[in-house]
Design a protein. Structure first.
Length: 306
């Protein structure tokens, strides 16, 4: 069928947004609109407008590319949203939750080498799934494509990863440096922390501050990652963590260096107990499989770019 299409020139000659009518479906890419709006327009306004337009004029699924058949603020189809599966393993570290192929790295108490040496900083850690496949793509859409409406379904996955018997006084997010937060317009860990707080009816408070900008952890060794974030966090002025049981939220845990540094800062601030929860974690089992099967390249990537 012939398609009717027109283009509306935007604020500059090179940037435009398009409206196409293909028999029955309007296509209006919300990400282009965000680019068209001037930089000075507040980020939340751009995101709200983009989400609203996406509701009125459906888009393609940003994961599988198929047309979206339902009105939703989330530009990902139901099938792709249901694809991420919880992490499964026969052997886990009881403290950091690292999955292992066998029980060899664990001591009699079920702790891995890092946790035995007291390097974890936190008391327990949980993650929903492996930093692979659709879960990884969804996190990237939230984080880098700024599709903040994904925080709700991803927050629900996160809530499902937390054991029900736990009790917390406060939920807090791993903070970004103010400059990076300003550039991105939001902190994805804060969005996820807000969802967790709503789900479990726990107050959400910004307890931590990132005192200095830290270079990206991507591609760094475990030791270099620890050095990179050493002393980078502290409890915010005028805030007390004294005696609190804290649930610390982040999107991805790779070696755990960042959440360890945050947990240590919370403990220095008087926190009684710190539990970490992340949407995804780098799974060393996949890395080891990649070593044995070199054609499985996506797994090696996942250990580097969080
Ligand atoms: Zn899809
Ligand atoms: Zn461990």
């Amino acid at each position: 069928m012939p398609a009717l299409s027109c283009r509306l020139e935007g604020l500059t000659g090179s940037i435009f947004f398009g409206v196409q009518l293909r028999t029955w479906r309007w296509i209006f890419p919300s990400f282009s609109l965000a680019k068209v709006l001037p930089f000075a327009v507040p980020s939340f306004f751009k995101q709200s407008l983009a989400s609203t337009l996406n509701l009125i004029l459906p888009d393609d699924c940003r994961i599988c590319g198929l047309p979206l058949r339902e009105f939703s603020r989330i530009p990902v189809c139901r099938s792709c949203l249901s694809q991420p599966k919880p992490l499964e393993a026969d052997h886990w570290c009881v403290t950091c939750g690292s999955p292992f192929l066998n029980a060899f790295p664990l001591d009699a108490d079920g702790r891995c080498g890092l946790c035995r040496r007291g390097l974890a900083g936190f008391d327990a850690a949980y993650a929903f799934g492996s930093y692979e496949g659709t879960l990884r793509s969804l996190i990237h859409l939230l984080k880098y494509k700024k599709i903040c409406s994904l925080s709700k379904p991803l927050g629900q996955l996160l809530a499902g990863a937390l054991p029900r018997h736990q009790r917390f006084d406060v939920v807090t997010a791993v903070p970004m440096h103010w400059r990076r937060r300003w550039m991105r317009g939001f902190n994805q860990a804060e969005l996820l922390a807000a969802e967790i707080g709503r789900h479990f009816h726990i107050p959400v408070k910004p307890l931590l501050k990132r005192c200095r900008p830290t270079p990206s952890q991507a591609g760094l060794t475990r030791a270099a990652r620890r050095a990179n974030v050493a002393g980078a966090f502290r409890v915010r002025n005028g805030v007390s963590a004294e005696g609190l049981r804290v649930l610390l939220v982040d999107d991805v845990m790779t070696t755990g260096a960042t959440v360890s540094a945050c947990a240590s800062a919370l403990k220095r601030g008087g926190a009684k107990h710190v539990t970490v929860i992340t949407l995804a974690r780098a799974d060393r089992r996949l890395f080891l499989q990649t070593v044995n099967q070199p054609d499985r390249t996506p797994s090696t990537r996942s250990l580097k770019d969080a």
